[in-house]
Design a protein around this ligand. Structure first.
Ligand code: GLN
Ligand code: ZN
Length: 757
């Protein structure tokens, strides 16, 4: 059996690509130097895969920013406003990715969206009415030749036509269908070119096939590929699917003249069943995604072997594959010097996954796997007891009853009590939590981490900042204050570090958007809270003012979704463990006199399953209860807020209401307020604070602008239910724009309040 990789991470083990592109943007290095840095990374990645014995090594999986954008540019899909800047091709590419502000004009970036159910973001291609789609770029061919010149034969990877058209958007009047014929021609041309270059295989990535498909979708898929494959000559074409199974189009996929089909046996719950029930053509190659491209735990060889043995019965050639690109896992354990082998032996990052593929290749080639050292070692690893459970945590989760998820009294009653309790003005003003993380705030944290200052010095500084922040908010005239979050680097990492059960890495970066990376913690064991986390700082902030200070916490679903989860217990169990820990924090804050508590769920929408039929059974069914569990124990008068960084929850509005918070703030300023009328239509009960200005930009909103926004919102939201706030935390902003922006926000709220009297 051969081995394959769908795609490899590309920013470099030490984030070389991120640093090189940043230097290029700053003008510190030249274009040629940037290109050289990129070529070095590609070479390293190909060689690493080759040294690990991978048979099908991908090329064209590299990108300076994003593969969807690469594909758009390859097809000449560049909106006019970027062309008009008259930049050369690389800078035009970056202008589409990040926007351009300079001597040649002022153009915003193309839209950025989450790539399926991952935390990677892609650029949404925009096709204009007069866009002439054709093969104008050479990137995939150049990189194929580049690898070949290094002595490495690769399998070029391109986002497939179906997925590309599903994710692209049209900017004019023409429907997408009008462009299909040209797209098809372009893909056929790509196959032809690769054939001439002597490529053996081409991989078309089609993750969109794992979504719920309509009959039209299936017809379209059939049509596209019948035409593309009609012209394919000698080259072999792999239809690569991932992030789920292709139950809606399996029959069509195996009937079309593909030479190979890649199925995901990790996230594809029905993949094995599909093969068993409907068979798999013996004349095609089955690329079996058995090594998890999304999580960092070692592969269980015995279970993998069971799958492979089933697949062998089809008589088809089988290739051992990753379940998706390895883009979603960090590079290598080699850089984790601080993590002991006792932990590390349970993990496989990208490079270690290559070794797993090679070991599986050896094991599957042998009649008696039990006799192979690697196999028996792996079996022992999974038989050994990785950790002893925290019995009290397990018992607490097991003892949860229906009542624990219900806050009493019901919302309407609480709302009345709270109106009397807080006596806030109409349209109360507040912020989302963090205030600008200035250089001195960051230096204070790093000084403490590096042992340059004592805990006392560190805390004293933070308290000074809190006092300044409270005074500033009072001066500006905000109604509900915050402490400013100066002690937090990241909303998940901060809680992870203060809870029992998390592991942290040094260099385990994963790409999020562009060359930006995140470093998700690993959930290693049962989660518990050894001591209060936020109480000291919040209580201190509250002691400085007669106004209410919101306690500020991250919710269980977000903590879980932005970590690498365990695989030995369910997500539900894990979410409830975290919920109980955060619940204890909520109750401690309340016991210490904090009357408003915000529980952020910035990532709640992110892991909503791709298929609607799984929304409840796999996710909402525990995610919403986990949030409810956190706050169900507070007094009726204690006000619970939550915050979400997006407003694309149109399809789960009822569930958001079911979280049963008292107030929810969310981003709305960039999404044309469509969500607001949706809230009205469904009779949303929770009070709302749709962000009235965009904190992602340094622009200062004017009073009139904010007023106009508020009047628009008031057409759909009753005045008693409306809060006034920015659309997210202010930590990435500077004070220079934050102070006037908030002053304008308060002035706008006051004027509208007056007018409503
Ligand atoms: N409370 C957090 C902050 O203000 C929320 C951050 C977020 O939503 N991403 O920074
Ligand atoms: Zn936010």
């Amino acid at each position: 059996m051969k081995t394959a990789v769908i795609g490899y991470p590309r920013v470099g083990t030490l984030r070389e690509l991120k640093f090189a592109t940043e230097k290029y943007f700053e003008g510190v290095i030249t274009r040629a130097e940037l290109q050289e840095a990129a070529a070095r990374l590609r070479k390293t990645h190909w060689q690493t895969q080759k040294e690990n014995g991978i048979d099908f090594i991908p090329s064209n999986d590299f990108s300076f920013y994003d593969n969807m954008l690469d594909t758009a540019v390859l097809f000449n899909i560049v909106p006019q406003r970027y062309r008009e800047l008259g930049l050369d091709s690389l800078d035009e590419y970056f202008a589409m990715a990040r926007g351009y502000q300079g001597a040649r004009g002022d153009v915003k970036a193309l839209a950025l969206k989450k790539w399926f159910n991952t935390n990677y973001h892609y650029i949404v291609p925009e096709i204009e009415d007069d866009t002439e789609i054709s093969l104008v770029g050479t990137k995939p061919f150049d990189e194929f030749i580049e690898a070949k010149n290094l002595g490495i034969d690769t399998k070029p990877v391109i986002i497939g036509a179906f997925t590309f058209l599903k994710l692209a958007r049209t900017a004019g009047n023409k429907p997408l269908d009008d462009f299909a014929a040209d797209i098809i021609k372009t893909y056929a041309k790509i196959l032809n070119n690769f054939n001439l270059l002597g490529a053996e295989w081409v991989q078309f990535d089609e993750p969109a096939l794992v979504m719920d498909l309509t009959a039209d979708d299936i017809g379209f898929f059939n049509k596209i590929y019948s035409e593309i494959l009609a012209a394919k000559s000698n080259i072999r074409v792999l239809l690569q699917t991932y992030f789920g199974d292709i139950r809606d189009c399996y029959q069509e996929a195996v009937s079309l003249p593909f030479d190979g089909i890649g199925l995901d046996f990790i996230e594809g719950k029905k993949s094995l069943e599909l093969v068993k029930r409907s068979g798999f053509p013996a004349d095609k190659t089955l690329f079996a995604g058995v090594v998890n491209g999304k999580n960092i735990w070692r592969n269980n060889y015995r279970l993998t072997l069971d799958i492979i043995n089933e697949l062998k019965k089809t008589g088809a050639a089988i290739v051992l594959n990753t379940s998706c690109s390895l883009l979603y896992v960090p590079y290598t354990l080699k850089n984790e010097a601080a993590l002991s082998d006792g932990f590390k032996k349970h993990f496989a990052f990208a490079e270690e996954k290559l070794a797993e593929l090679a070991e599986l290749k050896m094991i599957t080639a042998c009649d008696n796997p039990a006799g192979i050292l690697e196999f028996s070692q792996n079996t022992r690893l999974f038989q050994s007891c990785r950790l002893s459970p925290n019995e009290s945590v397990r018992a607490a989760v097991a003892a949860l009853s229906r009542e624990d998820f219900i806050r009493r009294p019901a919302f309407e009653e609480r709302e009345k009590l709270q109106k009397a309790e807080f006596n806030l003005p109409l349209l109360p003003t507040t912020t989302i939590g963090s205030f600008p993380q200035t250089a001195e705030v960051k230096t204070n944290r790093s000084n403490y981490k590096n042992g340059r200052i004592t805990l006392e010095e560190y805390t004293r500084f933070n308290k000074e900042k809190i006092a300044e922040c409270v005074a500033l908010q009072e001066k500006i005239g905000l109604d509900v204050l915050v402490h400013g979050e100066f002690e937090r680097n990241d909303m998940v990492e901060y809680f992870g570090e203060n809870l029992e059960g998390f592991l942290f890495t040094e260099k385990a970066w994963v790409q999020s958007y562009g060359a930006r990376c995140v470093k998700p913690p690993i959930i290693w064991g049962d989660i518990s809270r050894p001591r209060p986390i936020t109480v000291d700082y919040i209580v201190y902030a509250q002691s400085l003012t007669g106004k209410c200070v919101k306690g500020m916490l991250t919710g269980p679903v977000t903590i879980l979704n932005w970590s690498f989860p365990r695989e030995d217990i369910s997500l539900r169990e894990c979410a409830f463990q975290i919920a109980l820990a955060i619940r204890a924090e909520v109750l401690d804050l309340e016991a210490n006199g904090i009357r408003i508590i915000q529980i952020d769920e910035a990532a709640l929408r992110e892991k909503l399953p791709l298929r609607k039929s799984d929304w409840y059974s796999e996710y909402l069914d525990w995610a919403i209860p986990a949030f409810r569990l956190v706050h169900s124990g507070v007094k009726p008068q204690t006000q619970i807020h939550t915050h979400m960084c997006y407003s694309e929850f149109g399809d789960i509005i009822r569930e958001i209401d079911e979280m049963d918070a008292d107030v929810i703030t969310f981003e709305a300023s960039r999404s044309d307020l469509a969500i607001i009328s949706a809230l009205k239509d469904c009779g949303f009960k929770t009070e709302v604070g749709p962000g009235v200005y965009d904190i992602h930009s340094p622009r200062i909103p004017t009073v009139d602008e904010i007023k106009a926004e508020l009047y628009k919102i008031l057409q759909n939201i009753p005045r008693e239910k409306l809060w006034v706030n920015p659309d997210c935390g202010l930590k990435t902003r500077g004070n220079a724009e934050t102070v006037p922006s908030l002053e304008n926000l308060v002035a706008a709220a006051r004027e509208v309040r007056e007018a409503l009297r």
